[in-house]
Design a protein around this ligand. Structure first.
Ligand code: KG4
Ligand code: ZN
Length: 335
């Protein structure tokens, strides 16, 4: 069979990324331009600044990805792009770019759901194929799904309020660690005492859905009561206590779902899965129950275009292409 090479573009939040992916498995190149230094000034992602920076960087990022892969716009078989969910202005930059390339070169255009991308990242380094259960933990999503086939998902549980990553970001800001919250909390937690603060950890009653807003509010209340007493909070202890509570909650819900459904294989994906404490807790939890565990390495957990190229390959093989009226969408269901 002829090799299928896909140029993939991702611009849904604060990373401008492009990759060339061969046959849905081999990453010929993966280029990421991060906007972290820009948004650090403001303590979080400023959507309008993100869009402008994507616009400025996208051509160069695509050129680097093609050069690194020793490919060209002419030599790839299809153009893939994240169509949503994400920041609308940021998404539009990638979608407009992908449409222009596909139209000019007469190549097929593939629109990928960002979460389909995060889950597909697991295929890069592991020999795993559906069915398996997957927990996606990112800045915008906390979703526990059954992966029934490539690109086919069945929702088991999700967060109705703050996603896990969002809670990391908000708590980091509140304890003065700033943006980007996840990596900063992980670093601070290494020298903190996870038992220092008693944080709410609701028991599971019926639904397996997640909720992190109560935990976030509890942290804010503790910080305020320290402030009112004129006392300093130990940032590392709070980071460690918060991180442990998030890990325990995610583990409890996921292990219960695995047990109920007799799952044999489990994957952990999304930006928060870059957290080593979380990854190792899940690895140990799954191994103790004889469940095979898979998780992409950190560079494929956080936003990248390689994962979009993998998801796009499976759409390519199914003939799922987009017309030139493809538009970016801030919210799109996965299921
Ligand atoms: O998947 P992602 O890169 O973008 C979205 O799709 O949202 O995830 C970003 C989220 C942010 O909330 C960030 O704080 C979190 O992932 N994150 C982490 C770590 N690295 C990124 N959370 C905890 N520990 C980390 N090491
Ligand atoms: Zn993401």
């Amino acid at each position: 069979m002829k090799d299928i090479k896909i140029l993939a573009i991702e611009s849904s939040c604060d990373e401008t990324a492009a990759a060339v992916v061969k046959n849905g498995k081999e990453i010929l190149s993966s280029t990421i331009h991060t906007q972290i230094p820009i948004h650090t000034l403001y303590g979080g992602v400023v959507p309008e600044i993100a869009s402008r920076n994507h616009l400025e960087k996208i051509d160069g990022v695509i050129k680097t990805a093609l050069d690194d892969a020793e490919e060209s716009l002419q030599s790839v078989d299809a153009i893939a792009v994240t169509k949503g969910p994400g920041l609308i202005g940021a998404l539009l930059v990638g979608v407009a770019e992908a449409k222009a390339i596909a139209y000019a070169l007469g190549k097929p255009l593939i629109g990928v759901h960002h979460i389909d991308g995060h889950i597909s990242a697991v295929y890069i380094e592991h020999n795993v194929s559906p069915p398996f259960m997957c927990l996606v933990v990112s800045g915008g999503h906390t979703s526990l799904v059954n992966v029934t086939d490539y690109g086919k998902y069945e929702l088991i549980a999700q967060a109705g309020d703050d996603a896990a990553g969002e809670a990391f970001d908000k708590v980091a800001r509140a304890i003065g660690l700033g943006y980007p919250g996840g990596p900063k909390i992980e670093e601070a937690a290494k020298t903190g005492n996870p038992e220092a603060f008693e944080l709410p950890h609701p028991k599971i009653t019926g639904s397996l859905d997640f909720s992190f807003s109560g935990l976030k509010t509890a942290v804010l209340n503790i910080i305020n009561s320290y402030k009112m007493r004129g006392e300093e909070i130990d940032v590392n202890d709070m980071a460690a206590s918060f991180q442990k509570t998030v890990i325990d909650t995610l583990m409890e819900h996921s292990l219960l779902a695995m047990e109920k459904r007799g799952v044999k294989r489990f994957a952990l994906c999304g930006g928060v899965a870059a957290n080593m404490a979380l990854k190792e807790a899940f690895r140990a939890g799954c191994e103790s129950k004889g469940i095979e565990f898979f998780s992409p390495s950190p560079k494929y957990c956080t936003d990248n275009a390689a994962m979009i190229g993998i998801a796009a390959f499976h759409k390519f093989t199914r003939g799922e292409f987009e017309d030139m009226d493809l538009n970016a969408t801030a919210q799109i269901p996965l299921y």
